[in-house]
Design a protein around this ligand. Structure first.
Ligand code: ADP
Ligand code: MG
Length: 388
């Protein structure tokens, strides 16, 4: 993969694909982590004498939608970078071309939400060509969008000299490094809600990890496959088959697959629900498992403490509700305290770390949920392939 070290940018117009898909409320950016994440690349390019044309999506508009304008993002970026950021009136077209042509080294222009153009998600060649015509070279720093073959992530890269930005470079190297040369033991913690989304990740770790710790709603298809009762727990039916296969595979493989041994159960999904610790995993009718229990949390924390490398994706329970946050908190604290390399992927796992004030205590907090999982699965990401 080409990086900024391989690309001449001085005096050039650089089209930079960034991931500014940030949460908004009442026209304000409520979490600017993703904007901050792009700063190293943007500052390096400006320092090297480039003019920057930034392109990002925000939400999923089907067409022009003023609610999803990048206006608030342009304002926040201007504050963070300490320079004016011009917002283009659209993505492409005569007015945008005129603004791009007038841009001087050290200046920034942000294009409007690229999903205003229906051709974006179709990887439309005309849109890719129109984007390419605005600039001399292309840099992709939007790791979170790299698993999609869109006009602004893939099509345009094929049409201009290109390179990865620093954030995308770090994501690919760190996540790839986990699989290729991890410091041992390698412990993978997989939780969250959807087994079918993450089963391929478990399969992959089966071959490289020493220990795989399962938590969250992810556990229930495994329990069901083992013949336990799951009560009203969130248990994805299509996950039971793959869970059964994973259990059979783990008996043959060297990786050790661990499931919870106790749970916190509740009579409904609510902070005020009646709840108690269940010593065991047979959830009675009328109850649901919403967290791993204290013995599981301790066991998992002990495994994590010994790890040379940790990959964590998916919370251990419904951590958004305080009575069911303890398991996720215990794992988060153990990951933060671990002396090995620690990598966390997944939007909700990242949110959990931040909620516990531990966001800056891990080696790498991945900005790409879906993209990080696909990379771990061994899939080729179109946005990354186009930079090779
Ligand atoms: P990530 O975004 O980190 O990949 P997921 O999206 O897969 O994680 O899962 C996160 C969600 O799973 C959280 O909203 C959490 O409340 C929910 N969750 C975890 N465990 C349970 C459970 N036992 N029952 C219901 N929901 C759960
Ligand atoms: Mg999620």
């Amino acid at each position: 993969m080409k990086t900024l070290d391989d690309l001449g940018v001085e005096g050039k117009k650089v089209l930079v694909r960034v991931d500014f898909n940030v949460p908004l409320k009442d026209g304000e950016v409520t979490d600017d982590t993703r904007i901050r994440g792009a700063l190293p690349t943007l500052e390096e390019l400006l320092g090297r004498g480039a003019a920057l044309i930034l392109v990002s999506h925000l939400g999923r508009p089907k067409e022009r939608d003023p609610e999803l304008s990048l206006r608030p993002v342009a304002d926040r970026l201007a504050e963070l970078i300490g320079k004016p950021v011009k917002l283009a009136p659209g993505v492409v077209g005569d007015q945008v071309t005129a603004l791009a042509n007038a841009l001087k080294p050290g200046e920034l222009l942000l294009l409007e939400n690229v999903r205003y153009e229906p051709g974006e998600t179709k990887n439309d060649p005309d849109l890719a060509a129109a984007l390419a015509s605005l600039a001399d070279v292309y840099v992709n720093d939007a790791f979170g969008a790299a698993h999609r073959a869109h006009a602004s992530t893939e099509g345009v890269a094929r049409r201009l000299p290109h390179a990865a930005g620093r954030l995308l470079e770090r994501e690919v190297k760190t996540l790839g490094g986990i699989l290729e040369h991890p410091r041992k033991p390698l412990v993978a913690i997989i939780g969250g809600a959807k087994v079918t989304d993450k089963i391929a990740v478990i399969d992959r770790f089966m071959h490289v990890a020493d220990t795989i710790l399962i938590g969250g709603a992810m556990g229930f298809p495994f329990f069901k496959a083992q013949g336990h009762s799951v009560g009203d727990s969130l248990c994805e039916a299509e996950g039971v088959g793959p869970a059964k296969d994973a259990l059979a595979q783990s008996r043959m493989d060297r990786s050790h697959l661990e499931l919870p041994i106790d749970l916190v159960i509740a009579d409904r999904f609510a902070a005020e629900a009646e709840h108690r610790v269940l010593d065991g995993v047979d959830v009675p009718d009328g109850w649901m498992g919403l967290d791993v229990g204290p013995r599981t949390a301790q066991r998992y924390a002990d495994e994590i403490a010994k790890a040379g490398t940790v990959f964590w994706n998916g919370p251990m329970g419904a951590f958004e509700l305080e009575p069911f946050a303890a398991g996720t908190r215990a794992v988060a604290e153990a990951v933060a305290a671990c002396e090995g390399t620690t990598v966390v992927g997944g939007g909700d796992s990242a949110a959990a770390l931040q909620q516990f004030g531990l966001g800056d205590r891990v080696t790498h907090l991945s900005t790409g949920g879906g993209a990080s999982l696909e990379l771990i699965e061994g899939k080729k990401l179109p946005g990354v392939e186009a930079l090779k």
